[in-house]
Write a protein that binds this ligand. Structure first.
Ligand code: NAP
Ligand code: F7E
Length: 326
């Protein structure tokens, strides 16, 4: 019998890469999508004939119960979230409902209808927030700096509690930023790669940004879904960091992205606007993924400059294709 997996957040960046990965491993794959007035299947259009999609929402307990009961999965990957930090400051209650309580709703559904399933929770480096050491590892204290980070901390501890209280196999992957050509357009790297591509093709003149001094540990998303899967193959549940171990500023990413398009005077193409700054910022994140290497043999491969190149080239290519077909 092939193993089966239920992936929430199926339409998102990570959900799409994870479902591809699981199909390659021979899994029967169930993807959870929420009802939208206009379907949002762009990232998984190429997969819809090979996975089973279920309608459910992390805000709605009965739909989660029904989805878990129908799929009867061996593994559950909870990737669904209101995942944009900026929005969490203007929609803190919604973010708490989805990104925090939504995880408990899913755990309850699993406890009732698939108690033997192994559960992966998409925890985040945003939980470290205002860090007191560098690099951050699994023993670094949490000090979240946004409603998103706060919700992720709540969800993290809920997972630990379901492990301890109910003996369930629940693991937290504490992943640092991972990006790709499938990233939402509001996130920094994609906003920049897409903006650079538009400038390169003469479709725009500038990109409007915020804090150029913040630093992140940016990796390439397809590699991180492999870590998620490896974590659920362990004998015992565990909490493990995924990161590159390198940290770069927003300014460095912008510079690298413009360089891919052959533009060296990038300052001329960047404007700064207060609206892109956060009320409380996470200034510097750099992860120590030593435990991931020791426990499951995982390490990030794609380096910073290659990430910028992959993303800018992909955006140039897709904008050119769109232009030709219009
Ligand atoms: P993403 O592209 O924003 O995808 C989020 C997914 O969640 C989308 O499929 C979205 O559906 C779904 N979703 C949102 N609200 C929902 C709800 N109420 N019910 C059901 N589904 C809902 O995020 P990602 O980058 O793939 O990240 C995956 C997970 O990892 C998230 O939990 C994120 O917080 C976490 N994480 C990400 C990173 C990173 O750097 N990418 C790092 C650490 C942790 P729609 O398409 O309908 O909006
Ligand atoms: O911001 C700065 C911004 O929105 C990165 C999510 O996947 O990773 C992500 O959260 C940095 C921040 O991602 C703009 O202030 C400057 O310092 O791409 P971002 P994030 O906040 O790091 C973590 C690990 C997650 O878990 C989250 O789900 O870039 N920045 N100017 C800007 N950011 C944006 N978005 N837009 C700007 O104009």
């Amino acid at each position: 019998m092939p193993k089966s997996a239920l992936v929430t957040g199926a339409t998102g960046q990570d959900g799409s890469f994870l479902m591809e990965f699981l199909l390659k491993q021979g899994y029967e794959v169930w993807g959870l999508v929420r009802r939208l007035s206009v379907p949002n299947l762009g990232n998984i259009q190429h997969l819809v004939d090979r996975v089973s999609l279920l309608d459910a929402d992390l805000i709605d307990q009965s739909s989660l119960n029904a989805a878990v009961r129908q799929a009867g999965p061996d593994e559950i990957y909870n990737l669904a979230a209101q995942s944009f930090v900026g929005t969490s400051f203007v929609q803190p209650v919604l973010t708490g409902e989805i990104t925090g309580l939504g995880v408990v709703r899913l755990l309850e559904a699993a406890r009732a209808y698939a108690p033997g399933a192994r559960v992966y929770q998409a925890s985040s480096s945003e939980m470290f927030g205002k860090v007191d050491r560098e690099p951050q590892d699994e023993s670094t204290p949490f000090h979240p700096r946004s409603p998103y980070g706060v919700a992720k901390v709540y969800a993290f501890w809920a997972c630990v509690n379901y492990r301890e209280a109910h003996g369930m196999f629940v693991s937290n992957g504490i992943l640092f930023n991972h990006e790709s050509e499938r990233r939402g357009l509001e996130f920094l790297t994609r906003k920049v790669s897409h903006g650079v591509a538009r400038i390169h093709l003469g479709l725009a003149k500038t990109i409007n940004l915020g804090n150029l001094d913040a630093k992140r540990d940016w990796g390439y998303a397809p590699e991180y879904v492999d870590l998620m899967w490896r974590m659920l193959q362990l004998k015992e549940p565990d909490d493990i960091i995924g990161a590159t171990g390198e940290s770069h500023s927003v300014r460095e990413f912008v510079e690298a992205a413009f360089r891919v398009a052959g533009i060296s005077d990038w300052e001329k193409h960047v404007t700064i606007d207060e609206k892109n700054f956060r009320p409380s910022e996470v200034y510097n994140l750099r992860g120590d993924a030593g435990k991931a290497k020791r426990r499951v043999g995982w390490e990030a491969k794609t380096r910073f400059k290659d990430l910028a190149r992959i993303m800018v080239e992909a955006d140039i290519k897709s904008l050119e294709a769109a232009r030709k077909s219009s």
